[in-house]
Design a protein around this ligand. Structure first.
Ligand code: ARG
Length: 563
């Protein structure tokens, strides 16, 4: 409908392209002002007439149109009142398609998303939960736009910390303890190293020596490191399984260890490297940034060096049109430096293809969590606790539904994900069980409850098959109209979310659809005698259910048919 009106205006106005008209055309805040409104202010300058006059002239020029019930001029606006039945039909015909929302914008293009990326031998904490959830949602959003998306887990699995860990393990650790307690034991060893090294600096030399051995390919050093990595990955994968998430590649920092020499060579050839206190850096003063450290004074590479190597590797192997990094905002400077260095090497594409997507902190105030030891919070524990809390609610309220465990998992995990994705990512997320598990309010369980309600209504209708062959005249009440208008926003919502790298746009949309549905449902009985009315209203239930499912899917949330 919108494009029809755009065409109509384009035909009757000179000096504005269809795209421009499309941008200007508004959806009025109140139904009395029509379904679409075209403000004429912009035309006043070129046409040298008062906007009101222009509005009247355009209305005059348009005349009668079959798909419009009315055109009214109010002030500088032309308000279009679409024929309700035709409007409903066009919205329903679009939304009923299986691939509603699917787009072709990204066809033939590849996007790399670098996210999750926990640090080996450390626990998978709530910060990593955020990058995992946001990154996964961006993966789904860009896939929906037709891009090929490569999901990369850039594990923190290389660096001097592993030298420290080897020293600590050899001195104070045991195979049994590591086997028994996994990452928790490795973290204890790491803390112990720092305590002891504060008293005895020679331990630091020892640790450096072990890391040098690792870099030189020493078998013993590498086999201990590999073991630590394997143990850590087993734990991370438990968390990914709970979340139902996966990656195309686990290519951690260690993957680039033989590719950093090439980075150094490129920088040397480009005369970008300078010495500073024995270290090698790229001076970024001209760009108001601290220098980017490339090699430490012992010649070893660092986090940034490996990130540079990763960018060139990915460009070459995936030919990405965008490479997106999802991390906490404390890494802002790091990425700004790395991206600038790539650009200084003569790669103009760095300016718009390398994208840092930062997010805020998680505050756990008020969320009492049972921690395993030493107040360290594991993402896995949060997820398990959410599931068990939902399970308890189900046992209390609806103990007879099938698949209680699977349902508790979907709703519990969904609640955590939704809480994380509902606000703009840069905002801090507060974590309170009461808020997050609430069934009314702007929460995952609320949306999922609405979904289950739709499912239950549809179960009661005998052999419903989706069709556009319904009586549109019985759907013209405002609640039905509002619900359909909301649902119709879906394709645009996905596009907006992708442009801002902002899953919250989709999360908010799912709430808006659920709210519009509940208003509709409170004002219209669905399972009524009159077959025409029933079939038409059931169609809206079906579309609500389908759209909520597709929207939550983009957030990584699975729906349950009963709860
Ligand atoms: N391992 C890092 C951390 O936990 C995140 C890595 C992000 N990705 C990257 N290519 N630097 O903070």
């Amino acid at each position: 409908m919108k494009s029809k009106i755009v065409d109509l205006i384009a035909k009757n106005v000179e000096g504005l392209s269809a795209d421009e008209i499309n941008d200007i055309l508004e959806i009025p805040p109140k139904p009395e002002l029509g379904d679409f409104a075209f403000p004429c202010f912009r035309l006043a300058k070129t046409m040298r007439k008062a906007p009101q006059m222009i509005a009247s002239d355009i209305k005059e020029a348009i005349g009668d149109v079959d798909f419009l019930d009315d055109i009214q001029v109010q002030g500088a606006y032309i308000n279009f009142f679409v024929n309700k039945e035709l409007y409903l039909k066009s919205m329903i015909s679009a939304a009923i398609q299986d691939n509603f929302g699917q787009q072709t914008l990204g066809e033939g293009k590849t996007i790399c998303i670098d996210y999750s990326s926990p640090n080996v031998a450390k626990n998978f904490h709530v910060g990593h939960l955020r990058t995992t959830i946001i990154g996964n949602s961006l993966y789904k959003i860009f896939s929906k736009l037709g891009y090929k998306v490569v999901r990369i887990n850039h594990l923190g699995d290389w660096g001097t910390q592993f030298g420290k860990l080897i020293v600590a393990y050899k001195r104070w650790g045991s195979e049994e303890a590591v086997k028994k307690d996994g990452v928790a034991e490795l973290m204890k060893l790491y803390v112990r190293f720092h305590d002891e090294a504060a008293k005895d600096d020679s331990l630091n030399d020892e640790a450096r020596a072990w890391f040098v051995k690792m870099e030189q390919g020493d078998e013993e050093a590498l086999s201990i490191w590999q073991w630590f990595k394997d143990i850590s990955l087993i734990e991370y994968k438990r968390t990914y399984d709970l979340l139902g998430m996966d990656f195309d590649y686990y290519m951690g920092e260690s993957f680039y260890r033989d590719k950093t020499d090439d980075v150094v060579k490129k920088l040397t050839d480009a005369k970008l490297l300078t010495e500073s206190e024995g270290a090698k850096i790229v001076d970024l003063e001209a760009y108001d940034m601290a220098p980017c450290l490339i090699l430490k004074n012992d010649g070893s590479s660092i986090y940034a060096t490996r990130d540079l190597a990763a960018i060139f590797y990915r460009k070459e192997n995936y030919n990405f049109s965008k490479c997106i990094y999802v991390t906490g905002q404390e890494q802002k400077l790091h990425f700004a430096q790395v991206f600038k260095v790539v650009e200084l090497l003569g790669n103009e594409w760095a300016k718009d293809q390398l994208i840092h997507v930062p997010y805020g902190l998680v505050s756990l105030e008020g969320a009492k969590l049972s921690t395993r030891s030493g107040n360290i919070i594991y993402a896995e524990d949060i997820l398990l606790e959410a599931i068990s809390k939902i399970k308890a609610i189900i046992e209390e309220k609806n103990p007879n539904i099938p698949d209680k465990d699977a349902t508790a998992r979907k709703i519990g995990i969904g609640a955590v994900l939704f809480n994380d994705l509902y606000n703009q990512r840069i905002k801090d997320v507060s974590f309170s069980w009461d808020k997050l598990l609430n069934f009314d309010g702007e929460t995952g369980p609320y949306v999922q409850y609405t979904y289950a309600r739709c499912a239950s209504i549809l179960r009661k209708i005998d052999d419903y098959t989706p069709t556009t062959d319904i009586d549109y005249s019985v759907l013209t009440n405002p609640e039905a109209m509002e619900l359909l208008k909301e649902i119709s926003r879906f394709p645009k919502v996905i596009l907006d979310a992708s442009e801002k790298y902002e899953p919250s746009v989709v999360a908010r949309f799912s709430i808006a659809v659920a709210q519009a549905f509940n208003k509709f449902y409170n004002s219209c009985h669905v399972n009524v005698e009159d077959k025409n009315v029933r079939d038409a209203r059931v169609t809206l239930v079906y579309l609500t259910k389908k759209t909520i499912k597709d929207a939550l899917e983009l957030l990584g949330i699975e729906c349950a048919e009963q709860m």
